[in-house]
Design a protein around this ligand. Structure first.
Ligand code: ZN
Length: 160
């Protein structure tokens, strides 16, 4: 049964409310995650608690239990000259920047207009209601190393 500190292999399909597919992991290439480790969005993790191998479930995750609401504070215009002059900047590029609380946060370049770079630090799925179709394929105990790292290792998990 899925509970804290189990490593779960699952296949899933993620769609938005319009039925458009956003992401998937097929049964021949499932995703492995450490349950209770915050490796997947909280709304999905909570919904999978107690499931068994072979169980299938449809899970709807609202933004607050998914990737959060869109924060306008994370949409910013930065002067081009704030970036190193020899650094190439293009839409879709990601970089890390420090927030006012000192935490590092990933930002994506949205567009470049003259001397301004428009960036967005919201997750691409922020503000979206997520619809997961999940099938549980394997459940096993996490290894001590996985517990220490806080994520699953191996084929569908984390690689070092
Ligand atoms: Zn690790």
């Amino acid at each position: 049964m899925i509970k804290k500190n189990k490593v779960v292999s699952m296949s899933y399909c993620l769609k938005n409310t319009k039925g458009e597919e956003l992401d998937r992991a097929d049964t021949d290439k499932p995703l492995d995650y450490l349950h209770g480790g915050g490796n997947i969005v909280p709304g999905l993790e909570n919904a999978l608690e107690g499931l068994k191998i072979g169980d299938k479930k449809e899970v709807t995750v609202e933004p607050e239990d998914g990737y959060g609401e869109i924060l306008t504070d994370l949409k910013m215009e930065i002067e081009r000259k704030a970036f190193p002059a020899d650094q190439k900047i293009a839409p879709g590029m990601q970089f890390m920047a420090e927030l006012s609380d000192g935490k590092k946060h990933p930002f994506n370049v949205v567009e470049i207009k003259e001397d301004k770079v428009h960036v967005d630090g919201n997750h691409p799925l922020a503000g979206q209601t997520l619809q997961f179709s999940v099938e549980i394929m394997k459940i096993r105990d996490a290894t001590p190393e996985e517990l220490k790292h806080g994520h699953a290792h191996g084929e569908g998990g984390h690689h070092h």
